[in-house]
Design a binder for this molecule. Structure first.
Ligand code: ADP
Length: 632
């Protein structure tokens, strides 16, 4: 049968799902990529900003030092032309003499000392030194032929001579400024000032400035790092090399190229260079800013190491990566917490919903149970009423049955009572006559007989009254107790007629009134005693057991048995074979009626090995709750 209440559905999935609280595998990879990306971007941004700042600073340095270099040259630029004003100089060039040379030498020596130049000297038109400030020195230029020097050739043609080179004899570097001295429009000689620029290099070194100056040939002529000096910043072909060697501008120097390991141009005058370092095996990267000087046309290059910029950029990149990692961690943590809270909230809501559902179902079920209970109570009431009316009907039926039995017996009863009544009438009439005659002995005998007849009639009516009594038709009886009571009741008879009783009946609760059961047992046992009274071997078996839902009690004796001719009359009222007043012939009739009234039966059997067996079948009572528990 299908249950009226289907099982509640399973809880919502949100309650059963265990949310994944750990981030998926690809998240760390994503974070790593993000860290790398942000780190690289931060590095580049920082490097770019650092380079810009470096370039700005370099621009200022470049401005300053280029200006310093230009000033160092320009303060001497007027000196050669100044000699034109000196009349002694003109006279020496036009009409040389030793006295004039000595005068001019002294003058040039003084001038050189005051101007701080390296040397000031005078060339005649042929390019030979006629007077010089270093006339006292062993390496004096006096008498040297310097006509091959470009600064002479320029000046003799009326152009200002500018030349950087190494001294052809001493190899000392210097910057030469020359001027063609004119007299009456004619160039009569050339005045030359040689200045040293190496103090600038020392100043750069002191200021820890890395810079170099390359001339128009691309040869580094000034450098804070001596190793870079006289190196070529641009490739030199063989023809150019030969030309430079023959001019002796740089003496006999073999030019090596200042070849950067890496070069990246950032703008027209700014580039990133990687130059080999003498101090370490690693090349050093520089921001190289170049500025072209106006006069002379040299390139001033400032090298700013980018190491600090790069290490700062690396720090910034790392910082950005760490910040991204931190941010990612916070985001993941926040997201996990959000998910956990959401899951908890969903679970709580689902739980509440399930709880509400459960409560609703419990309320519905309770309501249903209450209704069922009410229905059951009503049914029980109806059943009880039905049972009551059934019982009443049954009682009525039984009573009707009993009355019917009595009705059936009425002829026999009337006959049975009429006989003693007729005898009584006769006896009483005779007694009156015997008393009138004075025969008191016969009258007394008659009265004695009358008394016995009345007793006999009284016993008949008592039995019938007991049978017809309405109550006690239903009830319950304990078999053992009933057997005990019957044997106790019959003790006087049993003492007079002792017999061996084989009692093998199991106790049971039977659906019959206890007294009625005792009454039946007494009738059956009395009949057995009566049947056995004439013999010496007297045996009685009381054998009882439960069979087919009924209790079957066999009451058997080893008496003479009942002759077959009489067997059909056994249960007829007033059938008796017992002599005189011993038998009423109602015992078996009433016992069978009582058994039938209780829903059972009483039958007689006639075993082949003798004796008589009466089988009493009675319905069992359902076991009491206490018995049920014991049995369990
Ligand atoms: P009563 O005992 O008054 O005679 P019952 O109805 O009890 O009346 O018995 C009817 C008759 O059945 C008895 O008179 C007897 O002849 C016979 N009868 C009953 N029980 C036995 C028995 N156990 N053995 C032999 N005959 C019996």
């Amino acid at each position: 049968m299908q249950s009226p209440h289907p099982r509640p559905p399973a809880l919502p999935p949100s309650l059963t799902v265990n949310p994944r609280l750990t981030p998926p595998v690809h998240v760390p990879l994503l974070v790593l990529l993000l860290m790398l990306g942000c780190g690289v971007v931060a590095y580049h941004l920082s490097e770019r900003a650092g380079l810009r700042a470096l370039a700005d600073n370099g621009e200022r340095q470049l401005e300053l030092h280029a200006h310093t270099l230009a000033s160092a040259i320009s303060i001497h630029a007027y000196l050669p032309s100044l000699l034109e004003l000196e009349t002694g100089v003109g006279r020496l060039l036009l009409e040389p003499s030793e006295r004039r040379r000595a005068q001019v030498n002294a003058y040039l020596e003084g001038l050189n000392q005051r101007s701080g130049s390296r040397a000031v000297y005078l060339l005649d038109r042929s390019g030979r030194v006629v007077a010089t400030s270093n006339w006292r020195d062993a390496d004096s230029f006096q008498g040297d032929d310097l006509s091959f020097r470009p600064y002479f050739q320029d000046a003799i043609q009326g152009k200002p001579g500018r030349f950087y080179g190494l001294d052809s004899i001493t190899g000392e570097p210097g910057y030469y400024l020359s001027h063609g001295l004119r007299r009456a429009g004619e160039i009569i000689g050339v005045a030359v000032v040689k200045i040293r620029l190496d103090p600038l290099e020392e100043r750069w070194q002191r200021a820890q400035l890395e810079a170099y100056v390359s001339d128009g040939n691309g040869i580094v002529i000034l450098s804070s790092d001596p190793a870079r000096r006289f190196k070529s910043v641009q490739p030199l072909d063989a023809e150019r090399r030969t030309q430079l060697a023959s001019s002796l501008q740089y003496h006999w120097t073999r030019f090596e190229e200042l070849q950067p390991l890496r070069r990246q141009r950032l703008s027209a005058d700014t580039e990133l260079l990687s130059l080999p370092s003498a101090a370490s095996a690693q090349p050093v990267s520089y921001l190289a800013q170049t500025r072209r000087l106006a006069d002379p046309p040299w390139d001033f290059t400032l090298l700013s190491p980018v190491r600090d910029v790069r290490s700062a950029a690396t720090s910034h990149g790392l910082l950005a990566a760490v910040a991204v990692a931190l941010l990612a961690f916070l985001l993941i943590a926040w997201n996990e917490r959000r998910k956990t809270l959401a899951t908890r909230l969903a679970a709580r809501e689902a739980l509440e919903e399930a709880n509400n559902q459960l409560e609703r179902r419990i309320a519905e079920r309770t309501e249903h149970l209450r209704a069922s209970n009410e229905r059951l109570k009503a049914q029980i009431r109806e059943r009880r009423q039905a049972e009551e009316s059934l019982r009443k009907t049954q009682d009525d039926l039984i009573q009707a049955g009993k009355l019917a039995v009595i009705g059936q017996m009425s002829t026999s009863i009337a006959h049975e009572l009429n006989q003693p009544l007729a005898a009584l009438r006769t006896l009483s009439g005779n007694t009156v006559r015997f008393l009138a005659r004075g025969d008191s002995a016969t009258a007394s005998s008659n009265l004695q007989t009358i008394n016995e007849l009345v007793d006999h009639m009284g016993r008949i009516t008592a039995s019938l009254r007991a049978f017809a009594r309405r109550s006690d038709d239903r009830g319950e009886a304990a078999l053992d107790k009933a057997v005990d009571a019957a044997l106790f009741l019959l003790r006087p008879r049993l003492e007079r007629t002792p017999l061996t009783i084989h009692r093998t009946c199991a106790d049971a609760r039977l659906a019959i009134d206890q007294t009625r059961l005792e009454q039946i047992l007494v009738n059956l046992i009395v009949n057995a005693i009566d049947a056995l009274s004439a013999q010496s071997d007297r045996q009685l078996w009381l054998d009882g057991r439960v069979e087919d839902g009924h209790y079957r009690l066999a009451v058997r004796d080893n008496g003479p048995g009942i002759p077959p001719a009489l067997r059909s009359q056994l249960f007829e009222p007033f059938f008796t074979t017992k002599p005189g007043e011993q038998g009423l012939g109602l015992g078996l009739t009433l016992s069978a009626s009582l058994a039938a009234a209780a829903g059972g039966s009483l039958t007689a059997q006639h075993p082949d090995d003798g004796g008589t067996l009466f089988e009493l079948k009675l319905p069992l009572l359902p076991p009491s709750p206490a018995e049920s528990r014991r049995d369990a």
